[in-house]
Structures are given as structure tokens and as C-alpha cells.
Ligand binder design. Structure first.
Ligand code: IPE
Ligand code: IPE
Ligand code: MG
Length: 239
């Protein structure tokens, strides 16, 4: 037993997941879409825990995009209600679960109570094994725009020169500052697109697309994605 465990290659340091397919999962069961989101939240809990046991350092999850406001007011309210409940519980369990939270996205568009929960979760320091980056009202393009805006403001204020801008410096203005790029990005649900997720950070990420719907995504699916990742030949433009 121990032998197989020790021969297993180390998992990626940073895994990112587009948590997609909640609506279809609910539809298949004749349930409202919100029931799918509730099941998706459970799936997230399970996978975050599993990542911790695997020794993954960073888990970035796409929970709500800058485009998801296009959905019905009912569905958006349902998602926000679930997020609130999830974060309230997460705040209580942070120490036990050894997890630290960071939020990627424009939180200013969220309700004040939800914003407060996010800030409380970020500011609660705890001994942690895994950092969860929760993407909320997140868009990859929006992230780059806000980074460009901040840099431009510093130039206008005379604090920076335009020619100082490098890839590294720009990276420091992104929500993901100080977080290494994800080695592996997983999209369940069968869709083959990024939907505005981590546009900058995914330059050399390995994508694994899977046919399972997010609420059905279990530890065995994560194992499969990691195995697929280990079969890839990452060249980074070299030979
Ligand atoms: C992902 O599931 C959750 C969010 C985007 C908030 P979906 O709600 O997009 O589920 P499908 O894609 O309609 O099945
Ligand atoms: C991406 O899923 C966003 C999240 C999972 C939060 P979508 O369901 O919004 O993406 P599209 O509309 O299929 O591209
Ligand atoms: Mg979807």
C-alpha cells in the first residue's frame, strides 16, 4: 500500500476548476436550477477537502462570473443565498478544515453582507494547508482591465514609468498576485471553452475537459484529471 502511495507523482501545486453543469444536473432530475447550485456547493466542499489530503497548495474555483448576472434575478438571488450560507459555515470551520480563503473578482458589486463575509474570511488568519481562491464576480478580462487601470493611475501620479511594466509587474496587479499560475485547469460539464476564466494565468496551464456535471464530480474524477495531467508533455515553448 505504502509503496504505491510513495510512487505516485506529486499532485500539481495549483489546480483550478470551472464548477460548471449545476443547471443541467438539476434539469435531469426535474429540480429547480438552484437545487443544482446547492448540490454544486456540496461538491466543492468535498473536492476542497480532498485537495487538502492530496497536498495541493492552491485550489482556485470559478463560482460566479462577470457574465452570470445575465441570468434570471431568481437564479442570481438563489446563488447569492447559497454563497452566504456557505461562507458563514466556512468561517466557522476554517480552523478545523485548515483552509485559507482569498477572493478573486470585483466584490464591490455584491451585497454589503456578502462583501463583509468575504472580507472576514480573508482576514481570519488561521493555520492552513490549502489556500482556496474563490472567484466571485470574476472575469479574466475584467481582471486585466482593473490591473491596467491601477498601473495607469500610478503612472499618472508619477509613481511609475510606462517602460517599467513587465509581465511580472503586471501579474502583481492581478487578483492572483503572489499565487503561482495553475498547472492544471479542469472544466467538467462537457463544455470546451474557458468562459473568461484566468485568461492571463492560464498561458501554460494544462486543460482537462470532462463530461461529468459538477455536482457529480467526485475525488475519483479529480484523480483522473491529475493522471491525465501527468501524461502531458509540458514544453513551455521549448523542445
Ligand atoms: C455553474 O453551473 C454555476 C454557475 C455558473 C453559477 P451552471 O448553472 O452554469 O450549469 P449549466 O451549465 O447551466 O448546466
Ligand atoms: C462559467 O460557466 C462560469 C462558472 C462556472 C462560474 P458558465 O455556465 O457561465 O459558462 P458558459 O455560459 O457556458 O460559457
Ligand atoms: Mg454553465
Amino acid at each position: 500500500m505504502a509503496l504505491t502511495d510513495t510512487t505516485k507523482p506529486a499532485p500539481p501545486r495549483h489546480i483550478a476548476i470551472i464548477m460548471d453543469g449545476n443547471g443541467r444536473w438539476a434539469k435531469k432530475r426535474g429540480l429547480p436550477r438552484t437545487a443544482g447550485h446547492a448540490a454544486g456547493a456540496e461538491s466543492f466542499r468535498r473536492i476542497a477537502n480532498y485537495c487538502r489530503t492530496l497536498g495541493v497548495e492552491y485550489l482556485t474555483v470559478y463560482a460566479f462570473s462577470t457574465e452570470n448576472w445575465k441570468r434570471s434575478a431568481d437564479e442570481v438571488a438563489g446563488i447569492m443565498r447559497l454563497l452566504r450560507r456557505y461562507l458563514e459555515e466556512a468561517l466557522q470551520d476554517m480552523e478545523k478544515n485548515k483552509v485559507r480563503f482569498r477572493f478573486f473578482g470585483d466584490l464591490s458589486k455584491l451585497s454589503p453582507d456578502l462583501q463583509k463575509l468575504c472580507h472576514d474570511a480573508e482576514n481570519r488568519s488561521t493555520d492552513y494547508d490549502v489556500q482556496v481562491n474563490f472567484c466571485l464576480n470574476y472575469g479574466g478580462r475584467d481582471e486585466i482591465v482593473q490591473a491596467a487601470r491601477r498601473f495607469a493611475q500610478e503612472v499618472a501620479a508619477g509613481e511609475r514609468q510606462p517602460e517599467e511594466l513587465t509581465e511580472e509587474l503586471l501579474g502583481g496587479y492581478l487578483y492572483s498576485a503572489n499565487v503561482p499560475d495553475p498547472e492544471l485547469i479542469i472544466r467538467p460539464s462537457g463544455e470546451l471553452r474557458t468562459s473568461n476564466f484566468l485568461l492571463w494565468q492560464s498561458a501554460y496551464s494544462e486543460y482537462v475537459f470532462m463530461n461529468v456535471l459538477w455536482p457529480d464530480f467526485g475525488p475519483e474524477d479529480l484523480d483522473k484529471a491529475i493522471e491525465e495531467y501527468h501524461r502531458r508533455n509540458r514544453r513551455f515553448g521549448g523542445t
